[in-house]
Design a protein around this ligand. Structure first.
Ligand code: S3P
Length: 179
């Protein structure tokens, strides 16, 4: 079935620090669309920041909130969705996101990721593990989740946000036209 880009959500996935938030905001601005971040959605609903949710209730509870967020956001159409890096671990989330639009996986090398996230305390998964070895090994463990979810994969290393955004839009149009 041929779906037009305007009717699709554009969903960003990929490891922490690959640039989902930045690219989503940039594309939302270019295409004049609303952008919704699953993490932000969770924080507003729970009225608690992500590290506190992990700290008080644990990762599984966070994943449940994340699944709820994905289910609700996926009902929308024509928006840009920026997913937390672990959102595609659950198959149900992937099915709902796929049904809602096109899934773009952004990638970056472990070293690029480290440079982008090393000064942040906002990612409990990386607390105490701020090194390329850990990032590289978690990336490898998650690789199949990202590749199974993705309709399109775009590397962000050494590119400007503008270049990445234009590549996302061009590849999305090609992908949709091939359907
Ligand atoms: C996580 C990624 C984070 C956030 C949470 C868990 C993960 O989002 O959802 O800390 O498991 O990869 P970003 O990918 O936006 O950093």
């Amino acid at each position: 079935m041929r779906k037009k880009l305007e009717k699709c959500n554009i969903v960003f996935t990929g490891f922490m620090g690959v640039g989902k938030t930045t690219v989503s905001a940039y594309i939302a601005n270019l295409l004049n669309r609303e952008v919704i971040e699953t993490d932000q959605y969770i924080v507003e609903k729970a009225n608690m920041d992500i590290p506190s949710i992990f700290d008080k209730f644990g990762e599984n509870y966070f994943r449940d909130l994340e699944s709820e967020a994905v289910a609700e956001i996926s009902k929308k159409r024509g928006v840009i969705i920026s997913c937390g890096g672990g959102a595609v671990i659950r198959k149900k989330n992937v099915l709902e996101l796929k049904e809602s639009g096109i899934i773009i996986r952004l990638t970056a090398t472990p070293n690029t990721v480290l440079q982008r996230v090393k000064n942040s305390k906002e990612r409990p998964i990386l607390n105490g593990h701020m090194n390329t070895e850990f990032i590289s090994s978690l990336m490898e463990k998650r690789d199949s989740f990202y590749s199974n979810a993705a309709d399109i994969t775009i590397s962000t290393d050494g590119k400007t946000v503008d270049e990445i955004a234009k590549e996302c839009i061009e590849k999305s149009i090609t992908f949709i036209e091939s359907k």
